[in-house]
Design a protein around this ligand. Structure first.
Ligand SMILES: Cc1ncc(COP(=O)(O)O)c(C=O)c1O
Length: 380
C-alpha cells in the first residue's frame, strides 16, 4: 500500500505519530458528518425508518471487520466504560477474580473495581530482558485459575503495543469456566481481529482511534453469555416493535434479539453513525492486515537504528506494528526527549515510562525520519 495521506487533511509541518491518542479525520468521514449535521435542517426528510437503517449498515460493517456475521450481536455504544459496565452487570459468574494486565486503561478497570464481588488480579509485566511479550503472556496464563470469573484485557497493551495471546487465554479461561472480555480500542481496525477464531464473550471498541471514527461512538460485540441480561439503561428503541412509531405506547417487555438490548439510547445518531460507517468502509478496503504491513515497513529501519542508539523496543513478533513503546536508559532524559520532539514537531504520547509511537497509513518516511532525528538529538 502506498501512503494514504491525501485522504486526510493533515498539515505537513507536524508529524503526527499518535493514532493511539485519536485518529485524524478522513476527508470522507468529515463529509459524512457534515451531511448528517445539515440533514436536520429539513427534519421532514428524516423518516422513522431512517432511525433503524444506517445503524444496521454499521452493525454489518463492524461485523465484517471482526469476522462476525451476527449483526444482532454488534451494538453501538458511546464509550468503552459503557460497554464494559454492561458486561460487569451481567457476567455469568457473580464473584471471583478478574485477571487483567497491569497498567490497563481505566475504562476496563473501574467498572470492575467498583464491585465488591470481584477482586482485581493485575498481572505485572516482567522487568528487563528481551521479548517481554512472551513472559508477560506466560504470567497471565498462570494467573488464571478456578477462582477466575473473567479475564478482561486488551488485544494489545495500550502503552506499549505488546500483544496478548488471546487464543491461549481463551483456552485457559474455557478450562476454568471463566469469561474472556476484550477491550479492542487500541487494535481493532489496525490489527486483524477474528471473533470466530478468538470466541470472546465480549469485545468493546471505542470508535475514535483505530476505527477512525468520531468521538463518542464505538462498537461492542456481546456473545451468548449476555443474551438474557439486564442492560444498564432501558432504551425504548431496543424493544421489539419499536420501529412502529404509531404504537410506541403499547409498552413491550420483549427486547430485540441477541445483544441489541445493550445499545445506547439514541444510537441512531444521524451525525456519528454515518461518520463511523464511512470510516469502517475505508478500513475494509485497506484491511487491518494491510495497515499492519504498512506500519511495519514504515518503521522497520528506524526501529533498528533506534535500538543501535540505545533505545529499547520490543521484538516485532511480540508487539503490534501500529503501536509500540520506546524506552530509554541513562543516556537521555524525558525532558530532553520532549524538547527534541517539540523542536522537530513530532507529536506522540508519553504513557507511563514509554514513548508511545502509533503510526498509520497517513504517515510516511518524513515523519519517522523526524522522530529518528529528534531521538538521536536527545541523547546526551
Ligand atoms: C485501551 C483503551 N480503552 C478505552 C479507551 C477510551 O475509553 P472510553 O471510551 O471509556 O473513554 C482508551 C483511550 O485512550 C484506551 O486506550
Amino acid at each position: 500500500m502506498k501512503c494514504q495521506r491525501d485522504k486526510f487533511s493533515l498539515q505537513r509541518k507536524i508529524s503526527y505519530l499518535n493514532g493511539a491518542y485519536m485518529s485524524p479525520l478522513l476527508k470522507k468521514v468529515e463529509k459524512a458528518g457534515i451531511k448528517g449535521l445539515i440533514q436536520k435542517r429539513k427534519p421532514f426528510h428524516i423518516s422513522p425508518a431512517a432511525f433503524f437503517k444506517e445503524t444496521e449498515v454499521l452493525r454489518n460493517l463492524f461485523g465484517q471487520l471482526i469476522n462476525s456475521s451476527e449483526s444482532a450481536r454488534h451494538v453501538i455504544i458511546p464509550s468503552v466504560s459503557y460497554g464494559i459496565e454492561n458486561v460487569v452487570q451481567n457476567l455469568e459468574k457473580k464473584k471471583g477474580n478478574i485477571v487483567m494486565a497491569a497498567g490497563q486503561f481505566p475504562s476496563n478497570v473501574y467498572p470492575w473495581s467498583s464491585r465488591a464481588n470481584y477482586q482485581l488480579k493485575f498481572v505485572a509485566a516482567p522487568t528487563g530482558g528481551k521479548n517481554l511479550g512472551v513472559s508477560w503472556n506466560e504470567r497471565i496464563l498462570a494467573a488464571i485459575d478456578d477462582q477466575t470469573a473473567a479475564v478482561s484485557i486488551g488485544q494489545v497493551h495500550w502503552v506499549n503495543g505488546i500483544k496478548f495471546d488471546l487464543t491461549a487465554i481463551r483456552q485457559k479461561t474455557r478450562a476454568v469456566g471463566a469469561a474472556l472480555i476484550i477491550d479492542g480500542t487500541q487494535s481493532v481496525g489496525a490489527l486483524p481481529f477474528d471473533v470466530q477464531a478468538v470466541q470472546p464473550d465480549a469485545l468493546v471498541v471505542a470508535g475514535y482511534k483505530w476505527l477512525m471514527g468520531p468521538y463518542s461512538i464505538g462498537m461492542a460485540y456481546y456473545g451468548e453469555m449476555f443474551d438474557q441480561g439486564t442492560p444498564i439503561e432501558n432504551n425504548w428503541m431496543n424493544r421489539q416493535g419499536s420501529d412502529q412509531f404509531s404504537g410506541l405506547t403499547h409498552y413491550e417487555e420483549q427486547f430485540l434479539p441477541g445483544a441489541l438490548r445493550y445499545e445506547v439510547g439514541e444510537h441512531s445518531n444521524f451525525i456519528l453513525v454515518p461518520m463511523l460507517i464511512a470510516a469502517i468502509k475505508q478500513l475494509l478496503k485497506w484491511t487491518p492486515l494491510g495497515i499492519q504491513q504498512y506500519c511495519e515497513t514504515l518503521c522497520h529501519d528506524t526501529i533498528e537504528t533506534l535500538r543501535s542508539e540505545g533505545y529499547t523496543i520490543e521484538a516485532t513478533e511480540g508487539r503490534a506494528s501500529h503501536l509500540f513503546g520506546i524506552y530509554f536508559n541513562e543516556n537521555t532524559t524525558m525532558e530532553r526527549i520532549e524538547q527534541a520532539l517539540s523542536k522537530h514537531r513530532v507529536n506522540i504520547s508519553v504513557r507511563e515510562k514509554a514513548l508511545r509511537i502509533s503510526p498509520n497509513v497517513y504517515n510516511d518516511q518524513k515523519d519517522v525520519q523526524r522522530l529518528l532525528s529528534a531521538l538521536k538529538e536527545a541523547i546526551i
